[in-house]
Design a protein around this ligand. Sequence first.
Ligand code: CP
Length: 325
Amino acid sequence: MPNNIQLDSNGNLRHFLTVEGLKRQTLTDILDLAESFATVDAQSVKKVPLLRGKTIANLFFESSTRTRTTFELAAKRLSADVLNINIQTSATSKGESLLDMLHNLEAMHCDMFVVRHADSGAAHFIARHVAPHVSVVNAGDGRHAHPTQGMLDMFTIRRHKGPDFGALRVAIVGDIMHSRVARSQIHALNILGVGELRAVAPKTLVPPEAGALGVHVFHDMARGLKDVDVVIMLRLQRERMQGALIPSGSEFYQLYGLDANMLAHARPDVIVMHPGPINRGIEIDSAVADGEQSVILEQVSNGIAVRMAVMSMCLGRAPDAGEGA
Ligand code: CP
C-alpha cells in the first residue's frame, strides 16, 4: 500500500495510517512531541488549546478499551470537540454505506476520523475518500497495522532505555502472525535502528515476511529471551485464526507463557510489555504482568501523550517539541 497518501506536499503528516515507510525523523518528532505532552498529564488542568475549534470523530467498528478511550482523552486534552459514534446504533444499521456516513460527518465539519476496523486496509480506503481538510488516524485495521500503539510502545521503551535503540535487543513473543501491533512495532523498531529484533513463537504463528523484515526467529522461548532488554508479549488472537494453529491454551502456556522462571533468561533490567488486552495464564503469569518489571499500565498512560502528538501533527497544530506544549 502506498505510504505517501499519509504525507502532504511538504512531507508533513496528514494522515497516520501505518508506520511503514516513514522516516526516522518523523518517528522521533512524534516521540519528542509526546514527551512534551506527557507533562500535561501531571498538571492539575490537563488541557492545552492546540485543537480548540477542531472536531474529531471516533469510529470504532471493532471493540476497544484502551485505544478508544485514550484517543478520546487525548482529543479532549487538546481541547477538541469529540464525537464517539456508536456504530451499532448509527444509520449504517439501516443500510447506509460507510462512505455516506463519512460524508455526512464531513458535512458536520469533522476534521479528523479515528478509525478502527476489522478489515485490513480500511483506514487507507477511508483516507482516499475523505475531503481535503479531513485527516484519518488508523486505530487498528485487521491484522495490518496499529501505528499509534506501535509508537506508544516506542515511547515507553525510550523512556526506560534511552534514545539509542541500536543498543537494544527486543523480543516479541506469541501470536505475531495475526498481530497488527507486532507489525507496527517491527516497522517502528527497524526505522529507529534497533540492535536486534527477535520473534519468539511456534512456526504457525510467525508471519512469512519475518526474515525479510530482519527479525531473528526463535521457536525456543528460553533461547529467544536470552539477554534481551525488552520483552513484548502478545495475546493469542483466536478470533483471527482459521483452523487449529496451536495445540491448546495450556500447552501454549507451557511453551510460550511468560512466568518469572522464563523471564530470568532476559537481562536483569528487562522491561515487560503487552499491548493488552492481557490473558492471564494464557500468555503471561499474573506475577509477571503485575510485577516490578512490567510497564503494561505505563503503556496505557503513554498512549494519551502519543495520541495527542499524532493528532496535533496531522492537523498541522503541533508546536515545536522543544517549545513544550
Ligand atoms: N491495545 C489495544 O489496541 O487495546 P484495545 O483493543 O483495548 O484498544
